[in-house]
Design a protein around this ligand. Structure first.
Ligand SMILES: NC(=O)c1ccc[n+]([C@@H]2O[C@H](COP(=O)([O-])OP(=O)(O)OC[C@H]3O[C@@H](n4cnc5c(N)ncnc54)[C@H](OP(=O)(O)O)[C@@H]3O)[C@@H](O)[C@H]2O)c1
Length: 167
């Protein structure tokens, strides 16, 4: 799972990410490149187009949903099945769950995640979509295995910490 979370837990506002941090976008690109990425339909619509160099798997219950360059599946299980079979065929060792809020929650609730790449964005924006607090992640057995603090560069709206949690 990969997620960028503000200090107040916000991850989204009005189906957008409420900050611009180029350093985190670069981190996201590097961490996900070449891997199958699983996302909810709203996150896909927020992106507007498939992520290049990655197998895009979009979860939607709507049978009419279709978009070029993505695979639509109707459930989380089907998304994981497709992603894992792609790893078997094409190699690779990691499937990335890239959001949004509804997909993160279900993945965590069903214990389908073993590593979380979490960028803590050091600001407190308003928003309507939140991520689980650290205490909940710890309760599920996640422990922090690395953390790197980065001061905001010229194209970042905030300082950030790149954290990896595993269980
Ligand atoms: N900060 C970050 O790292 C980050 C990352 C990604 C997204 N975001 C933000 O998160 C927000 C979007 O999150 P969200 O929670 O509103 O939406 P979402 O999780 O992206 O997508 C929700 C949609 O996924 C489908 N879905 C969810 N669970 C399903 C299931 N079990 N079976 C079948 N389909 C299922 C449904 O699509 P249908 O309605 O089509 O059936 C549902 O409406 C945006 O603000 C976005 O910018 C932030």
């Amino acid at each position: 799972m990969i997620v960028a979370v503000a200090d107040n837990g916000v991850i989204g506002a009005g189906n957008k990410i409420p900050w611009k941090c180029s350093s985190d976008m670069k981190y996201f690109r590097k961490a996900t490149m070449g891997k199958p990425v699983i996302m909810g339909r709203k996150t896909f619509e927020s992106l507007g187009k498939p992520l290049v160099g990655r197998k895009n798997i979009v979860i939607s219950q709507n049978p009419d949903f279709e978009a070029q360059g993505v695979f639509r599946v109707t459930s989380i299980d089907r998304a994981l099945g497709l992603a894992l079979s792609s790893l078997k065929k094409e190699g690779g060792d990691e499937v990335m769950v890239i959001g949004g809020g509804a997909i993160y929650v279900q993945m965590l609730q069903n214990s389908l995640v073993c590593r979380i790449y979490k960028t803590q964005i050091h600001m407190e924006p308003q928003g309507d979509t939140h991520f689980w607090p650290d205490e909940e992640l710890h309760r599920l057995g996640f422990v922090e295995v690395s953390r790197e603090y980065r001061e905001a560069g010229p194209k970042d709206e905030a300082d950030m910490s790149f954290i990896v949690l595993e269980k």
